[in-house]
Design a protein around this ligand. Structure first.
Ligand code: SF4
Length: 265
């Protein structure tokens, strides 16, 4: 993606930067999936994601995130699944009460061998109607975020912790998350992403089996279960719509992911 287009997407996300902490070497090889260069700090602007009016950016805000040890999770060993069987099982699932009011299950979407996997908490009303994860306003912001990373949505895989919409968009209950957990583990086993990003506290807590808040979880590296896939936690796009001043933290999380993926490529 050229620089002009990338900046346009960042502006669409209401993020303006910018002083990169690093620059891609002109002699370095370009990663297969991830962009060669990514901005390293951001300044959040006042407008909503739909706004097209961009204010001049004030001085860059640089958030210093201390290094943290890798934390292991306790997911069980994953059996080798196959896509069609898994999709059919999810579609027919009635393992928890969320099946009662769903229009349809929301399995997930994206590249089946994506290097990067995003995981949210649960489908909302529009997702329940369309069968696609992250549509609506939060979905549009997520698309802007992905594009700001130099990627398209089709290059990543997006799924939720639970595959059916909780009534009134409440958080899924622990028993519902537990009932649905194997499906997500099997999705991860099929995709085998190089990195995972949990969107929001519910997703982060579910994947890491913790009660720590998203504010406490973000800024640190974890691994997911037996797979040892590096996992990061950041805020949910729906939260960013309510609290746009938190976008800078999300952007810092994304930069950390990009930097690590570039290092590993
Ligand atoms: Fe099955 Fe998951 Fe839907 Fe519950 S949320 S009915 S476990 S697919």
């Amino acid at each position: 993606m050229d620089e002009t287009r990338r900046r346009a997407y960042l502006e669409a996300m209401d993020i303006s930067l910018w002083q990169p902490r690093f620059a891609a070497s002109p002699t370095s090889s370009t990663p297969a999936v991830m962009p060669a260069a990514a901005p390293a700090s951001a300044v959040i602007m006042e407008q909503s994601v739909e706004s097209t009016v961009i204010h001049p950016a004030p001085a860059p805000i640089v958030e210093v995130i201390p290094p943290a040890p890798m934390i292991e999770t306790a997911a069980p060993v994953i059996a080798a699944p196959d896509w069609n069987t898994l999709i059919a099982r999810v579609s027919a699932c009635r393992a928890c009460g969320l099946c009662e009011q769903r229009t349809q299950t929301v399995f997930g979407s994206g590249k089946r061998d994506a290097a990067l996997m995003f995981i949210g908490e649960a489908p909302g009303a529009e997702e329940d109607q369309t069968g696609e994860p992250f549509v609506g306003r939060a979905g549009k912001l997520l698309t802007a975020i992905v594009r700001a990373m130099g990627l398209e949505r089709e290059q990543i895989y997006i799924a939720n912790v639970v595959k059916c919409r909780p009534p009134d968009n409440r958080n899924p209950h622990p028993d519902e998350i537990a009932a649905c957990a194997e499906y997500l583990r099997e999705q991860v086993a099929l995709i085998q992403p190089r990195m995972m990003l949990a969107l929001g506290g519910v997703a982060g807590q579910s994947l890491l089996h913790t009660t720590e808040t998203v504010g406490a979880l973000r800024g640190r590296w974890f691994t997911f279960g037996e797979t040892k896939i590096p996992l990061r936690v950041t805020y949910h796009p729906a939260y960013l719509l309510r609290s746009p001043n938190q976008k800078v933290k999300v952007w810092n999380d994304l930069v950390a992911v990009l930097e690590r993926m570039n290092v590993q490529s």
